[in-house]
Design a protein around this ligand. Structure first.
Ligand code: FUB
Length: 509
């Protein structure tokens, strides 16, 4: 009984949070940890690993991840899930379940994704994959690790390219190391440090304190998750700090290689349901943002984490204003245009669905059960009345999708019968007229009802009715809806909405 009460309470809280406009976590269709954001074109991309939370062979709770994913947003509230951009299996030398933190950067139109995963017999090591697009497909460039030292703690790579083109790769847990990457981004300068690897001394002056026998001496200390960035010609190193549970500390320097000066905490230890936090930052459209992770998604924990975003403020004296984690997160910086073709995997919030695929295969949303849903925030229908909507769907069992607006969870503006297309990879477009005309800004929610899986690729609203779009209307013959006619010829298996038969579009009602 207690479990049911807990589940109902959680659902109510989730619904209240959603209607209150809560934005954190930003990824809602799975766990997401160790965010690494970057801006490319008119979007923010965030790269992350996917916490499964349990070691399958033992059932123990631990960091267990088999893939890295990327999501992007043009408005900071609706995120497009680009699927499994980089499976751990892309690194043939890796051990299953060890896809930990990563970061992707762009150089000369190529995208370099630095990851850490275990190289059996050598602890975690650092590898690099490359792609021609920020969403992949990526391939392992070296077919072996880029950094392997046979020591513990070679995790959490961060790469920063300075204004003069010199790239630095920092990493480390309970140690901080860097190499100077060559301009090909997959080899490094071997003339400095120990065969190219420089170890940064973890002093009190640089990191606020030191760790002795696992205990922090001083006000803080470097733990892991370094993130190198620059603001107003000052270099900033952000890092998970102070042991576990972690706060996020920062140090500054006039050079990307230090010496570092401890400046304080960006975020103190907070009640986020996660003992790690792993941060990164971007400036997008003139606003600074801070990415980190919490254990706030339903069922979350220290091993099932999810990404959150807050505003970041640099003070004129080089300090950073301390941030409190919030459920509210950040506000939209743009609207989403529902009259343009949208990917089903672009959303603000979801329940029950999975997002499958990758850049090479294409990415789709899969509904599995009744009430699975996807919601889009801040969609601007404009001033001209919007009259119809098209969804591109595939299914072997049929089903139905209800389209609702704002907080109205009971009245649909459209009901789409999912066609039985014969296969989950065979898509058809279904267009239906709206039950009322729509203008202005709204939250749109697509709710599935059905007994089997349905795959959804894209959607788009129109200011024309389906008939005006050139879709011929036909009626079912007699009482049975399994036969209908086009031009007097009987056909089988119609579905409501748009049908395509021998290249001809017609709408069933
Ligand atoms: O995700 C596994 C590890 O947890 C990361 O490498 C650390 O930064 C911490 O977040």
């Amino acid at each position: 009984m207690k479990t049911i009460q807990k589940a109902v309470t959680f659902l109510c809280l989730a619904i209240i949070a959603e209607f209150a406009g809560a934005q954190n976590p930003i990824i809602t269709c799975g766990y997401s940890a160790d965010p690494a954001p970057f801006v490319y074109g008119d979007s923010v991309y965030v790269y992350y690993d996917v916490d499964l939370g349990v070691v399958p062979s033992t059932g123990d709770s631990y960091y267990y991840m088999d893939e890295w994913r990327v999501a992007s947003s043009a408005d900071m509230v609706n995120w497009t899930d680009h699927g499994t951009a980089l499976p751990l299996s892309a690194f043939s030398w890796s051990k299953a379940g060890t896809a930990w933190a990563s970061q992707c950067v762009e150089r000369n139109g190529k995208f370099y994704w630095y990851v850490c995963c275990e190289y059996p017999g050598h602890w975690h090591s650092i590898g690099v994959a490359m792609a021609n697009s920020p969403t992949g497909p990526f391939r392992d460039m070296l077919r072996k690790p880029l950094i392997v030292t046979n020591e513990m703690g070679d995790i959490d790579p961060t790469v920063f390219i300075d204004d003069n083109g010199q790239a630095y790769l920092y990493w480390g847990n309970n140690k901080l190391r860097y190499v100077k990457l060559n301009s090909n981004m997959i080899t490094y300068d071997k003339t400095i440090g120990n065969n190219g690897i420089v170890t940064v001394e973890l002093t009190k002056e640089a990191f606020g304190g030191v760790k002795v026998d696992g205990k922090v001496q001083g006000e803080n200390c470097f733990e892991e998750g370094p993130w190198l960035t620059k603001h107003n010609q000052l270099y900033y190193l952000l890092y998970a700090a102070g042991g576990v549970p972690e706060n996020i500390g920062y140090s500054t320097s006039n050079a990307p290689t230090g010496p570092w000066k401890y400046r304080g905490k960006v975020m103190d230890v907070e009640n986020t349901n996660s003992f790690t936090n792993h941060s990164g930052n971007v400036n997008f459209k003139g606003q600074d943002y801070f990415f980190y992770h919490t254990g706030w998604l339903n069922g979350g924990s220290g091993f099932k984490r999810s990404i959150a975003v807050e505003y970041l403020t640099f003070n004129d004296d080089g300090t950073i204003q301390q941030i409190k984690p919030t459920r509210k997160g950040v506000a939209p910086v743009a609207t989403l245009n529902p009259l343009e073709l949208q990917e089903a995997e672009t959303f603000n919030n979801c329940r029950g669905i999975t997002v499958n695929g990758n850049a090479a295969k294409g990415v789709n949303v899969e509904f599995h059960a009744n009430n699975d849903s996807v919601a889009v925030r801040n969609a601007d229908f404009g001033e001209d009345p919007v009259k119809s909507v098209t969804l591109r769907l595939a299914s072997t069992r049929g089903g139905r999708i209800y389209v609702r607006l704002d907080k109205n969870v009971s009245t649909s503006i459209a009901t789409i019968d999912v066609p039985n297309t014969g296969s989950l990879t065979q898509f058809e477009e279904v267009t239906v007229n709206l039950s009322r005309e729509v203008t202005g800004k709204h939250r749109i929610i697509f709710i599935y009802s059905g007994s089997g899986n349905a795959v959804w690729d894209k959607w788009q609203f129109h200011t024309e009715t389906s008939e005006a779009l050139g879709i011929e209307s036909v009626s079912a013959d007699g009482a049975s809806s399994s036969y209908f006619s086009i031009d007097g010829i009987a056909h089988q298996h119609p579905v409501k909405g748009l049908n395509i038969h021998r290249g001809k579009k017609f709408i069933m009602h």
